[in-house]
Structures are given as C-alpha cells and as structure tokens.
Write a protein that binds this ligand. Structure first.
Ligand SMILES: [Zn+2]
Length: 189
C-alpha cells in the first residue's frame, strides 16, 4: 500500500514543518513533536532535549562538523511516524542542536535525505500557498516537462484561436473553454 502525507500551508513558507512522532525502538516510549524537512541534510537528526525526554540509548557515536570545529555526538535508532500512523520509517538519527532545526524551537526532528529518498517528495507554491506532499514508498518519477509541453501547446493554439476569432476550446481535448482549463494556470499570464 502507498501512503501519503500532504502539508498545505496558508502562505508561502520559508521552511516545511509537519507533526512527527518519535518512538524509541527499545523502550517504545513516544514523543510527539514537529519535524523540519531538509533536502540539505544527508541524515535525519534529533535534539538533545528530545533524546533525553525519550531516554534514548546511543547505538553509536559519530563525528560531525560544528560551529566550533568537529564534535562527537550520539546516534540513536528510532521510528519516525510522519503525521499519520501509516508512514512509519525506522531511522538512525544523529543528535543535533535545536537552533540548527527550528527558529521557533518547536521542532525536535530534522527530516533528512535518508527519509526523503525513501519516497517521492514535491513542493509547489501555486496561488501564494506552499504545499508539500510526500508519498511512501516511491511510486514513479515525477517530471514537469510533459505537463509544461501541454500547457505551452494549449497556449499557442489559444493565441491562434483568438487571432482568428475561432471558438476558444482548450487544445488538451477536455471540451472546456481555454480560460476555464489550461488557461487558468500561471502559464496564461
Ligand atoms: Zn485544457
């Protein structure tokens, strides 16, 4: 079964934050917090505060580059549950500083590429609203090229229709007027 998580922002968002539940694989203790999605982070991370609250026991230690040079930090095995019970991913998280995750301080998890690459991840910003959607596991390749070609073809035919004063049906074959179909989009502007 493929599961999906969609985050609909009320405006353009500078960071993508969604509810996350962290479960200690050993003790089964659970912490409900938020996670920041970060394509610039190779691995996921958790704050020291969250690790203490959960009573996590390190499974390893690793060297990370910090502001004051390299430091040795603990690594934990946890289960990350992303927004609904259906997307639960076992992850090895590195302990990090809260200040590097979230300015508001209400996020204890950094969701890195180790999680993002397990599924398909898209961000769109149509009509001034940031929407993030993530499906797990990966289903197929998403590529806007074909979609944009169709938009551009519809626009060209629309311009011809207007010039020749012909009925302005959308060239995609929907049977709708261009202005109510592909012309509704940003490509019309
Ligand atoms: Zn159309």
């Amino acid at each position: 079964m493929v599961n999906v998580l969609t985050h609909r922002g009320a405006k353009i968002e500078r960071s993508i934050k969604t509810p996350v539940k962290v479960t200690d694989i050993v003790s089964q203790s659970v912490l409900a917090t938020n996670g920041i999605w970060d394509t610039g982070a190779t691995g996921s991370a958790i704050t020291k505060t969250a690790a203490r609250k959960l009573g996590l026991v390190p499974v390893a230690f690793t060297r990370v580059a910090g502001v004051h040079g390299a430091e040795i930090v603990p690594v934990y095995n946890v289960l990350l549950t992303l927004n609904n019970e259906n997307i639960s991913i076992p992850v090895r998280v590195t302990e990090g500083k809260a200040s590097s995750f979230s300015i508001e301080g209400d996020a204890d998890v950094l969701i890195g590429m180790d999680v993002i690459t397990r599924g398909d991840f898209c961000i769109s910003n149509y009509a001034g609203k940031t929407v993030m959607t993530f499906r797990f596991p990966s289903l197929e390749t998403i590529d806007y090229c074909k979609e944009v070609e169709l938009h551009n073809r519809c626009l060209k035919i629309h311009e011809v229709n207007i010039r020749k004063r012909l009925p302005d049906k959308c060239a995609c074959g929907s049977g709708k007027e261009y202005k109510n179909c592909h012309g509704k989009s940003i490509y019309h502007k």
